[in-house]
Design a protein around this ligand. Structure first.
Ligand code: SAH
Ligand code: SF4
Length: 343
């Protein structure tokens, strides 16, 4: 059998130690190799410059080191870059790079597709395919860095998928993104967004790193939220509220509440009152986001006046609020516009 067919990313640490000892290499080589593979997310053995040339050659003839293929790349007029990565099993996911004045942010996917089927979201509309591994999540950040030529200053896990339905892999990826010997992105600059999966929020509250949390709230009225986000019906708003108070109590961190503004759906006075009730006197920051058009939904964004009225009323109630500008709309790279496509 041709050993070259062994995929090195599928080996355990013990397997790698075994190869090193078989080849007469010291044990610390296994650690170095492991770091290149799982922290630094190397694209090739040639990059692993602290290994001898002869060891790199031996690795190259024995193993494959497969990376996803960059199936397509698009550049928006505002500088946003969208990449479609395709994995050997045919699954493909999108990740996005967004330049700002003072930083460069990557938006990464945690699942291929999503099982939650939110009514306004292109990802949810395509259904769920599979969880991404921690390596697959981190590698997207490497691709964004490579495509932009800029070091990432922040990461948001707001691409395709529900991170807290792929909890272990997502947390492992966040740790690697934060690791000084890997991507070295400050924990405060790594934000995970959830539709409100309570066990994930509780778990994040117990983690020592100061990762950021965003909640896709979209309505503080149960009936409206059930219609917009049927997949999280079982996590009712009063329980979400409790989980968030426990989170802020434990971490002293301010979660962001994402609130899509959808014309005639969640932008009425009754919705505004419910939102103020949910937020007032708690630690939070509300982002009002005009809906991005997604063809299947039939929803339209709220009028500018309505959005400004929401912002004013929330601020008057002491709730920190901003209106968020979307990036990359012209290439369907904006929030909720990431599709699942086969290549
Ligand atoms: N599943 C997670 C993370 C990915 S979704 C979550 O829902 O939080 C990333 C963000 O895009 C969420 O805040 C989501 O509500 C938002 N989004 C989805 N569809 C959108 C649309 N059509 N316009 C604007 N934002 C949208
Ligand atoms: Fe899934 Fe988030 Fe889209 Fe809802 S908004 S379908 S949870 S990716």
């Amino acid at each position: 059998m041709n050993n070259k067919q062994i995929e090195i990313m599928s080996l355990s640490y013990e397997d790698i130690l075994g190869y090193m000892s078989m080849w007469g290499e010291p044990d610390y080589r296994a650690k170095q190799l492991w770091d290149w593979l799982h922290s630094r997310q190397a694209f090739s053995f040639a990059e692993m410059t602290n290994l001898s040339k002869s060891l790199r050659d031996k690795l190259d003839t024995t193993f494959t080191l497969s990376s996803p293929i960059l199936a397509s790349e698009e550049l928006s007029s505002d500088g946003t870059q969208k990449m479609l990565l395709s994995y050997p099993d045919g699954v493909s996911v999108e990740c996005v790079g967004m330049p700002y004045k003072d930083r460069y942010t990557a938006c990464l996917s945690t699942q291929a597709g999503c099982s939650l089927g939110c009514a306004f979201c292109a990802t949810g509309n395509g259904g769920f395919t599979r969880n991404l591994t921690a390596d697959e999540i981190v590698k997207q950040a490497k691709y964004v860095e490579r495509a932009s030529g800029v070091r990432l200053s922040s990461v948001v896990l707001m691409g395709q998928g529900e991170p807290f339905l792929n909890l272990e892999n997502t947390l492992a990826a966040m740790k690697v993104l934060n690791d000084p010997s890997a991507l070295n992105i400050g924990a405060r600059h790594i934000t995970v967004s959830t539709s409100g999966i309570l066990p994930g929020i509780a778990r994040l509250a117990r983690i020592k790193e100061q990762f950021g949390l965003a909640i896709s709230l979209h309505s503080a009225v149960q009936e409206t939220r059930n219609m917009l986000m049927p997949g999280v019906k079982k996590y009712a708003l009063p329980h979400l509220y409790e989980a968030l108070q426990a989170y802020t109590e434990a971490t002293k961190r301010r979660p962001t509440y994402e609130y899509l503004m959808i014309n005639g759906v969640n932008d009425t006075n009754a919705e505004l009152d419910a939102l103020i009730d949910f937020c007032a006197n708690t630690l939070c920051h509300v982002n009002l986001i005009p809906l991005n058009p997604v063809s299947h939904s039939g929803f339209a964004p709220s009028k500018g006046d309505t959005i400004r009225r929401f912002q004013k009323a929330l601020k008057a109630s002491g709730v920190e609020t901003t209106v968020r500008r979307s990036r990359g709309k012209d290439i369907d790279a904006a929030c909720g516009q990431l599709h699942q496509r086969s290549c």
